[in-house]
Ligand binder design. Structure first.
Ligand SMILES: [Zn+2]
Length: 203
């Protein structure tokens, strides 16, 4: 568990309090009520597929900065604390690869506990809208659409990116976790499964 010394809300020195079955750092100011649960972050990545001449290719970017400079991966990044996941992934695809794409569904996610932090990395499927891939000349060194065969000859394609692309290729668009517009607004999104063709299971 990472340790911090002072309350990030009111700057009072934190104390240890038993809360929810374990000791946690907490603010002694009861009006403040801050409890430190640890560091959490949400990452997102976009699988954008495009078909050309009967070959389906996925959008990849080459990292321009450490860590892992030179390796290839899905465009993506962190969702800001005041940004919905679908907005974040569309923004990252635009910023890193100059491609416009619209969120379709979630094909999978990774939950990772590493060091002082815990992270959820959500792999989303996006529908290609427009734009030719281009690097931003900073975070990304290159960007392009590549088939699975072409990835075989590329150095350093990230494993979780291949995992996401494979899951997107092997499932119907929309068969993953989709946003339920009835239960969502601009600060709140519900993600649920929707069978793209109920005849598959209703017989
Ligand atoms: Zn406080």
């Amino acid at each position: 568990m990472p340790r911090i010394s002072y309350c990030p809300r009111c700057a009072t020195q934190l104390v240890v309090r038993h809360d929810g079955g374990r000791d946690r750092q907490a603010c002694p100011d009861r009006d403040c009520g801050f409890v430190f649960f640890g560091d959490f972050s949400i990452g997102c990545a976009g699988v954008v597929l495009r078909e050309d001449g009967g070959v389906t290719r996925a959008l990849l970017i080459q990292r321009g900065q450490p860590p892992y400079a030179g390796s290839w991966q899905l465009p993506g990044g962190y969702a800001e604390h005041d940004e919905l996941l679908t907005t974040a992934v569309e923004r990252e695809v635009r910023e890193e690869a100059a491609v416009e794409a619209r969120f379709r569904d979630v094909v999978g996610f990774r939950h990772m506990i590493v060091g002082p932090s815990t992270n959820i990395y959500v792999v989303c499927r996006l529908d290609y809208v427009s734009g030719e891939p281009a690097s931003d000349g900073d975070e990304t060194a290159a960007a392009g659409f590549y088939s699975f065969d072409e990835m075989e000859s590329m150095e350093g394609v990230q494993g979780i990116s291949r995992w996401g692309i494979r899951h997107a290729l092997e499932s119907h668009p929309g068969s993953g976790l989709s946003v339920d517009d009835n239960g969502s607004d601009n600060r709140w999104q519900m993600f649920g499964l929707t069978d793209v063709d109920p005849r598959h299971w209703r017989g």
